[in-house]
Design a protein around this ligand. Structure first.
Ligand SMILES: C[S@@+](CC[C@H](N)C(=O)[O-])C[C@H]1O[C@@H](n2cnc3c(N)ncnc32)[C@H](O)[C@@H]1O
Length: 257
């Protein structure tokens, strides 16, 4: 799709969804006044993350005291069916996060309430739901629809029907979704952040999510190498995070003291 066609389609998508007007306003302001601030501190953070990075398996062992079993092995039937659904999906979306880390974080905390931002195909949702269903917990997810691709209907496409009873999906930008989610759950066991990757968006969401994460809960953020938001947030709050080297990017994780 040409750039002009994509931008026009996205704009038309926004105009058809009045509930997304606040996000449209923020995007316009960001593009005019703050084009480069999304990547603030990127170089410093990449040095910091590279120095402390461990593998996903090492992180799971260190934080949760468990030997990670590959997700595809542990949930072979569900996984194969989800791969098949991703392949048949006509809309192309963002890739999966660190599934074993998310699943084990839910197991470690005996999670009943998980909040995630960024769903796309729904791989991270699947990982959380497979743990939550064991104890009747709920996953609260926030995802902006894929306006440029008519992708709204495909958000969470790889999640099997039978797991959806444990799932509440809020289809707004985080700044609108999260207040609605906090209206339904006050004490969160696991946070998985994987949506807006700009510095200000990450900082804003972290500052909303962290106070609501219970003591002993697990906080995971994907793509912490885009800017220094995760590093700055951890330093400001005296948090010693674990950094996971995952498929060419870094994921940040910590257990709240
Ligand atoms: C990398 S994908 C998420 C992948 C998913 N966690 C997984 O493991 O399959 C990022 C998603 O975040 C959503 N997103 C981006 N900015 C957002 C925002 N400000 N509010 C809510 N969702 C947003 C995008 O629509 C996209 O679906």
């Amino acid at each position: 799709m040409g750039e002009l066609k994509r931008v026009t389609k996205t704009l038309v998508g926004y105009l058809q969804r009045p509930d997304l007007y606040p996000e449209l306003g923020r995007k316009i302001i960001k593009n005019i006044f703050k084009r480069n601030s999304a990547f603030r501190g990127k170089e410093k953070t990449n040095v910091w993350a590279t120095q402390r990075a461990v593998s996903q398996e090492q992180a799971i062992q260190k934080l949760f005291g468990k030997t990670a079993v590959p997700f595809a092995e542990q949930f072979r039937t569900v996984y194969d069916e989800s791969v098949r659904r991703q392949e048949e999906c006509p809309v192309k979306m963002g890739g999966a996060g660190a599934l074993e880390l998310i699943y084990e974080a839910c197991e470690f905390t005996d999670a009943k309430s998980v909040v995630e931002t960024g769903v796309a195909y729904g791989w991270s949702s699947l990982a959380a739901l497979l743990s939550l269903e064991k104890r009747g917990g709920t996953l609260y997810s926030s995802d902006m629809p894929y306006l440029g691709q008519n992708g709204d209907q495909y958000v969470g496409y790889v999640v099997p029907e039978k797991l959806k009873k444990s799932w509440k999906l809020f289809r707004h930008a985080d700044r609108e979704s999260l207040p609605r989610i906090f209206g339904e759950t006050q004490e969160i066991d696991v946070v998985h952040y994987d949506s807006d990757k700009a510095y200000d968006g990450m900082m804003w969401a972290y500052s909303q999510l962290y106070p609501r994460l219970r003591k002993g809960g697990v906080f995971i953020s994907d793509d912490i190498n885009n800017n220094s938001a995760f590093q700055d947030f951890c330093e400001k709050n005296g948090i010693e995070p674990t950094v996971v080297d995952f498929e060419g990017k870094f994921v940040g994780v910590f257990v709240k003291n």
